[in-house]
Write a protein that binds this ligand. Structure first.
Ligand SMILES: NC(=O)c1ccc[n+]([C@@H]2O[C@H](COP(=O)([O-])OP(=O)(O)OC[C@H]3O[C@@H](n4cnc5c(N)ncnc54)[C@H](OP(=O)(O)O)[C@@H]3O)[C@@H](O)[C@H]2O)c1
Length: 373
């Protein structure tokens, strides 16, 4: 019984009056308990629960499994995930569609079996070259698409992929922001060349990217029109849109209005529709697509229109998570210029339901996953 605290053997009966066999049995039982506790602790140190998929398919192929806990590289932090959020990228990579998604992650089956880009949590460990964070810091950020993994209890992130979480925000709020805000910011600023005073239209203003785009466009000092369905009109107005068009009642490409910048977070309009709604030197930055023909039309016809006239129509590049933009977004959050809109939250075990819901295409803001509480 070396190393075992005999005081824990209290049974109410002094040990010298108990039968030696009983004492032996109690000691054996206690040793078993001690060993079991040691094993459990070791497993907690090396393992975690994560949502994984081993084959491309619908959300039905997702499983909550016990997997190896990741170990941070020299420039990485290990984040104890408190919340994550779902993005279109998750279901594209899950399904392996469009086929391009497989080029990066395996043609037959996924090489990286985890999903989840957006993350908010607490730093649990740091790599030896990490200078920006220490254990216990509350952070938020975005895991690059080829390394997804925030639908898990722990995830490693390069120290440049995360920033200190705005103190007044919850983990859920912070996790709702990064990828949608990167997309909106880079679409409006880099592809759209946004300028103060412009008239900006956001198509799909009620979704994850759209709610970020309305607020970021406002922060650039523009006059914003949001396009959404009837049930979202009040919400889109409440986040700052100057005008709201209910697409079930009115077609923004047919009402005679012209916009300097159209940010399309739906990708359901033809190039000629977008061209009609643009002012003479207007730019249309398309972030999403509803069908492959629409995508090809924007790429091919959009390039032709952009080359032959004064209007520019084209697909924005895949959002590029980076530290500079994350800090810019953090400032907008701290200034209250961007307030995350959260539609629903699901626990980690219900990531399949969360992805199914997002895939329906009618989320009102972001769909969040709560992991640790
Ligand atoms: N380029 C990139 O790097 C990048 C990154 C992230 C996302 N994306 C793309 O951006 C798009 C938007 O992503 P998301 O996360 O915002 O999606 P989401 O949250 O699923 O957005 C869905 C929203 O679109 C609205 N909507 C549906 N049909 C509409 C229509 N005809 N007109 C106007 N609004 C409509 C829905 O509102 P109702 O329910 O009212 O219809 C819903 O609020 C997706 O295509 C995604 O693939 C691209």
């Amino acid at each position: 019984m070396r190393g075992v605290d005999r005081r824990r053997l209290k049974t109410g009966v002094p040990s010298h009056v108990r039968h030696p066999f009983c004492r032996h049995l109690e000691e054996r039982l206690l040793m078993d308990q001690v060993r079991a506790r040691v094993v459990v602790r070791k497993k907690e140190d090396t393992h975690m629960r994560a949502i994984v998929y081993h084959t491309y398919g619908s959300p039905d192929v997702l499983k909550l499994e016990e997997v190896q806990k990741p170990v941070p590289q020299d420039n990485e932090v290990l984040v104890h995930v408190h919340a994550a959020s779902v993005n279109a990228a998750d279901w594209h990579l899950l399904r392996g569609t469009p086929f391009l998604a497989r080029l990066a992650n395996g043609l037959q089956k996924p090489k990286n079996t985890k999903l989840g880009a957006d993350v908010a949590g607490r730093v649990e460990a740091v790599g030896r070259n990490v200078t920006q964070f220490q254990v216990g810091d509350e952070v938020f950020g975005c895991i690059p698409l080829h390394e997804l993994g925030s639908f898990a209890e722990y995830v490693c992130a390069h120290e440049d992929a995360v920033a200190l979480k705005p103190a007044r925000m919850t983990f859920e709020q912070a996790a709702a922001v990064p990828l949608a805000a990167f997309t909106a910011l880079q679409g409006l600023r880099d592809k759209g060349q946004i300028q103060p005073g412009q008239k900006v239209l956001v198509n799909g203003a009620s979704g994850g990217v759209g709610t970020a785009a309305v607020q970021i466009a406002k922060s650039f000092g523009t006059e914003v029109t949001g396009v959404c369905s009837t049930r979202n009109v009040d919400m889109v107005r409440s986040i700052g849109a100057d005008h709201v068009i209910d697409y079930t009642q009115e077609d923004f490409t047919q009402n005679g209005q012209r916009y300097d910048l159209i940010f399309d977070a739906v990708g359901n309009r033809s190039v000629s529709d977008c061209k009609r709604a643009l002012s003479p030197n207007g730019i249309c930055a398309v972030a999403g697509f509803t069908t492959l023909p629409h995508l090809f039309q924007v790429i091919v016809l959009g390039a032709w229109v952009s080359r032959t006239g004064s209007k520019k129509i084209g697909l924005m590049e895949t959002a590029n998570p980076n530290k500079k933009d994350l800090l810019f977004i953090k400032e907008l959050l701290e200034a209250g210029k961007v307030v995350p809109v959260i539609d629903r939250t699901y626990p980690l075990s219900e990531v399949p339901e969360a992805i199914r819901y997002l895939e329906e295409g009618h989320a009102q803001g972001k769909v969040v996953i709560t992991v640790a509480t």
